[in-house]
Design a binder for this molecule. Sequence first.
Ligand code: SF4
Length: 94
Amino acid sequence: MATMRVDDKLGFVRFRVDEQNPHIVLNEEYDDEKEIRLLVMACPAGLYAYEDGKLSFNYEGCLECGTCRVLSLGKAIERWDYPRGAKGVEYHQG
Ligand code: SF4
C-alpha cells in the first residue's frame, strides 16, 4: 500500500462550518507584531494573515490542532473553543 503525504490526506478533510458561531475570536486590540508573526507562521492551515499592521483570520478551514491556542490564547486570541455539536473539521484519512 502506498504511503500518503500529509497534503494528500488533507485533501480528504471536510468542514462543517458553524457560520453563526466562530469558535476562535481574535483580540482586535492586540498589537505585538513579533507574537502575531509567530502565530501566522505556526498555523498549519495558513488561516492567519498579517498585512499593513492588521491581523486577519478565517476560522472556516480550521484543523482544530490547538497550535494557535497554545501560542496565543490571552494574547492575539481572545477566545478559543471547539466548534459546537457536529460542526468543525471531519477527518477521513488518519
Ligand atoms: S487550531 Fe490549528 S488550524 Fe485552527 S486556526 Fe489554530 S493553528 Fe490554525
